[in-house]
Ligand binder design. Structure first.
Ligand SMILES: [Cu+2]
Length: 646
């Protein structure tokens, strides 16, 4: 008690001192700022302002529920899955503290969900059965230069024997033929047998192509004297006879430089009804930062990521079959930087906008194009503005999805570059010769812009930062609505919370938009104090919910409508309905959300009924759960009804 009273007194004294200091420093500008802040609060809360600009509200969870949300997905229960894993926090990782929450945006309730692995920087997409497929995550945190004590890196083990594969156990030693230095493997590796190559015309044997295995090796002892300068060929210790001749390693420079994050193979389905993770077959490749995209046949393509030794996956892509729940490699290789923005097109091919989240060499897979996964043909798309600033840009399929127009927003230079782009770029994939053209500019160069499709066919573009991870206090507290019909932006109310790296947004079934995450490198403008992860949620309520007058109602109707089929719903405002939209729920991380899309539906009204028809194209309307919105003549949407397209 005495202690507490003493502390309280001390605090009162401290507050008193602070007030005195503030008063001492008080002058014109301070009073002015106080006054403008009050006026600002008055202004942004006026009904007329909200009806024109919308409104932002911060949501802070009770302390024990807060987490570093890196991933968010809207579930067909109307709740939002928020995944942190270790949340870019090495202490959490070391303590195996992996977090997931389920939040009900209407009731405001929040629940903890046991998290089976470190899903920090996993990939995800909505499945036809209503589950969320989640694959990849974190095996090990990065080690920055200076923290790396043992020289190490990638060893590519070669097997020249066409008759059998060879397994090298963990702890295998490799000695350089030139440099004489010895490195030891951290894990076992299976090296496939060599392939015999024959001349296709004569059938004569030409050569053996060695089987390759990739493994991380490091020096036995600490220190820079064990570093190597350049590429060398390595003898494998402990092998004899033909094995010793057929098996060898090749490594580039093995040094004390930064070691990147390492991925995991684990994959899960998240069941929104049971609210738990269900383990499925692991991927063939470990992946940290993969993109998962639904293909024409309903299978899921998994692309890119850093592998289990922290290297960009060398073009090995794989496909998940939701029926067998197993993964199979695609037949050919194609390499992309991490979290590539890959979208299914109406012709069944994949559109790659060039957006990505920033790991991988700057000359590999950076150019946008159209990819035929079956034949592996890749047709480059010309005209992209600021092509060297595609990292941390955002890509969105503009509404309605039928038009197949995409917008690429902002972005920055490779790695920790200070460059960032003000541009938006537009491309019409239905044009005869599609090419990017510049759209309206943002005021500032913007990395990490969050973009969400709204049911009235506008796109909310918000936040981001001018410099890498908000350096120099460069968060951008601005939001705009993009109007595809007039190709223009209108600025709306400013968000209250800055959001850069590890952030995202998603449309809620009631027409509001939820924002999560942000991971500033520094807490101050001078870049001297470490940043803190942004754990607050923010909700944007668009102008259409402040217009006065009743929003259209929508109720009843079937829960399932097949492609090509119709369903009849009840609306007290049926005669006012001007648009019907089917919106696929978001699954978002690192401002990458390849799931969200808004499909226009044909409809008829009669009395208080509205009958909607789902298009027949499976590439346009992928199987799964959707939010069905009806909009009145002002663009005011109903609340969504959930509809399953089988
Ligand atoms: Cu990340």
């Amino acid at each position: 008690m005495k202690d507490q009273a003493g502390r309280r007194r001390a605090r009162r004294l401290a507050i008193g001192t602070a007030v005195v200091l503030a008063l001492a420093g008080m002058n014109g500008p301070w009073l002015y700022r106080f006054g403008t802040e009050q006026y600002h609060q008055y202004k942004i809360n006026k009904p007329g302002y909200k009806a024109a600009n919308g409104h932002w509200d911060i949501i802070e969870f009770p302390k024990e529920y807060r987490q570093d949300t890196i991933h968010a997905a809207l579930l067909h229960t109307g709740k939002v899955l928020l995944v942190a894993g270790s949340g870019n926090n090495q202490d959490n990782f070391n303590a195996k503290k992996f977090d997931t929450r389920i939040w009900d945006p209407v009731k405001g309730t929040i629940k903890k969900v046991p998290t089976p692995a470190d899903l920090f920087c996993t990939g995800h997409t909505q499945l036809a059965n209503g589950n969320l497929l989640i694959a990849g995550g974190t095996r090990r945190y990065e080690k920055l230069k200076g923290d790396v004590t043992k020289a190490g890196g990638l060893m590519v083990v070669h097997n020249e024997n066409p008759d059998k594969p060879i397994t090298l156990p963990a702890g295998t030693a490799f000695t350089g033929k030139e440099n004489g230095k010895t490195f030891v493997s951290k894990d076992p590796v299976l090296v496939p047998r060599a392939k015999k190559v024959f001349d296709p015309k004569t059938g004569a044997f030409v050569r053996n192509d060695p089987g390759l295995g990739r493994i991380y090796v490091e020096a036995k002892q600490s220190g820079s004297k064990y570093e190597t300068g350049t590429q060398d060929n390595y003898r494998v210790q402990g092998l004899t006879g033909a094995d010793a001749r057929n098996t060898y390693g090749i490594a580039q420079k093995l040094a004390l430089d930064k070691k990147d994050f390492q991925g995991i193979r684990d994959a899960y389905e998240f069941d929104p009804v049971a609210e738990r993770y269900i383990k499925v077959d692991p991927m063939n490749e470990a992946r940290w930062y993969p993109t998962l995209t639904t293909l024409s046949d309903g299978k899921i393509l998994s692309v890119s990521g850093l592998d289990d030794i922290g290297q960009l996956v060398p073009g090995k892509n794989e496909i998940f079959d939701p029926k067998t729940k197993k993964w199979t490699y695609t037949k050919t290789l194609r390499q992309f930087p991490t979290y590539p923005a890959l979208f299914l097109m109406q012709n069944g091919k994949i559109f790659y906008s060039g957006s990505n989240a920033g790991y991988g060499p700057d000359n590999v897979g950076r150019e946008p194009g159209i990819w035929d996964v079956g034949t592996n043909k890749f047709t480059k798309l010309p005209g992209l503005g600021d092509p060297n600033m595609m990292e941390t840009s955002g890509t969105v399929l503009l509404p309605p999805a039928q038009d197949e127009k995409f917008m690429v927003v902002g972005g920055g230079g490779v790695g920790e570059s200070k460059l960032s782009s003000k541009k938006t770029r537009l491309i019409d994939l239905k044009a005869k010769n599609p090419r990017f053209v510049d759209g309206p500019e943002l005021e500032k160069g913007t990395r990490y812009p969050q973009s969400s499709i709204l049911p009235d066919d506008t796109v909310l573009v918000s936040g981001g930062s001018e410099d890498y991870r908000g350096r120099g206090a460069s968060n951008i507290l601005q939001a705009r609505l993009y109007h595809p019909d007039s190709n223009s932006f209108t600025q709306v109310a400013d968000p209250l919370v800055g959001r850069n790296y590890h952030s995202g947004s998603l449309l809620l079934p009631d027409g509001r938009v939820m924002f999560f995450g942000s991971d500033s490198l520094y807490a101050d403008a001078a870049n001297t104090k470490p940043g803190k992860f942004e754990q607050r949620i923010e909700i944007y309520t668009p102008p259409y919910l402040y217009r006065g007058g009743a929003r259209p109602t929508l109720s009843g109707g079937p829960q399932t409508i097949a492609r090509g089929a119709s369903g009849t719903f009840t609306s007290q405002h049926a005669s006012r309905i001007k648009k019907v939209r089917l919106i696929r729920p978001s699954a978002s991380t690192h401002v990458t959300d390849v799931d969200q899309r808004s499909v226009a539906l044909d409809f008829k009204t009669s009395g208080d009924k509205v009958t909607v028809t789902v298009p027949t194209d499976r590439n346009l309307v992928q199987s799964g759960w959707y939010m069905l919105f009806v909009d009145d003549g002002q663009g005011t949407p109903s609340k969504a009804q959930w509809v399953k397209v089988p």
